[in-house]
Design a protein around this ligand. Structure first.
Ligand code: F6R
Length: 305
């Protein structure tokens, strides 16, 4: 499948109905995963807070993990060593284990396995990996899912905003800094990782209100400020909107505003995620770079074996 077709498959992925069978009793949720699989845990942890959710992007699990933990290992390939290691530790601590994967060693684990379709780049399978969590813990209505599908379909047909952003970043040879606030901080991080993997450029993400307590100084006084392209995802809260405005005022910097489209959190979240997919994809094309190429990441994984 070419990369454009992978991007276009997101709208169908959100119709994926799989659910996790949760244990009768659990007190916390730990989600482990790396890269394109790892961001799924971040997104979920930001939008769900009925239980403590801790996200692990490393080999080890936190000390509190025990039989009261619902441990969810997410790895598209099923072979990522950090995720497998964290999963083994969680098994040793008697946590209830769920694996979300398309195959590999993770699929062969003696635990609840949610087997998602293979053949995509992990970062293009975000819908397949996220929807089992969303379906289980947030239970969106069918109408919400279909509306989200439509929003993504419309973007597949017309993503001129993404092309415009990509072309500005490209023409000015800038590095994107994506700023957001709850519940979209993880989306800003997803944009950063998509810029990294698809467009092969350095990119950064940052969040309000925290950035007002550190980054605000260099936003006015750093060297090389003209090398960055600042994007601010429009905040939900009035208080944070004021912060974005005042930050631009005191730093004399202009942020390009990106506004979510949709009526529900699911719709807005996927709209923003998909917009970032397209900006990074279009930037790759402008740079004459293959958006699907992750050869250095693969080489590094081979050399570590
Ligand atoms: C995304 C990508 C990487 C992988 C990461 C972990 O497309 O190529 O970020 O997601 O290296 O691998 P998996 O997802 O297979 O666990």
């Amino acid at each position: 499948m070419d990369f454009a077709a992978e991007l276009k498959s997101l709208k169908d992925q959100i119709r994926y109905r799989s659910r996790i069978v949760t244990p009768g009793v659990f007190k916390n949720i730990v989600i482990s995963g790396m890269g394109g699989s790892g961001v799924v845990g971040r997104i979920f942890a930001e939008i769900y807070s009925k239980f403590p959710v801790v996200v692990v992007h490393d080999y080890h699990v936190p000390d509190f993990v025990d039989s009261n933990t619902l441990f969810i290992a997410i790895s598209y390939s099923g072979n990522t060593e950090e995720t497998l290691s964290a999963c083994e530790e969680a098994e040793e601590r008697n946590a209830s284990i769920v694996a979300i994967t398309s195959g590999g060693s993770l699929a062969r684990k003696n635990c609840q396995v949610i087997r998602i379709p293979p053949g995509l780049q992990p970062r293009s399978a975000l819908g397949y990996m996220l929807m089992p969590l969303v379906n289980t813990f947030l239970n969106p209505s069918q109408e919400d899912i279909e509306r989200t599908h439509l929003i993504l379909k419309e973007m597949d047909e017309n993503h001129s905003l993404a092309s415009k952003l990509a072309s500005e970043i490209f023409k000015q040879e800038r590095f994107p800094v994506v700023m957001a606030s709850s519940p979209y901080r993880s989306v800003a991080y997803r944009w950063k990782t998509q810029f990294n993997e698809n467009a092969k450029i350095l990119a950064f993400s940052s969040d309000f209100p925290e950035l007002n307590h550190n980054e605000t100084m260099p936003l006015k006084l750093s060297y090389s400020l003209d090398r960055f392209y600042f994007i601010a995802i429009k905040p939900e809260s009035q208080r944070i909107r004021k912060r974005v405005d005042v930050t631009q005022l005191v730093t004399e910097r202009t942020f390009t505003a990106v506004e979510p489209i949709g009526d529900t959190l699911l719709q807005k979240l996927f709209y923003l995620i998909h917009l970032g997919d397209y900006v990074s994809y279009e930037l790759a094309l402008l740079r004459n770079i293959d958006p699907s190429d992750v050869s250095l990441i693969e080489e590094l994984k081979r050399k570590l074996q």
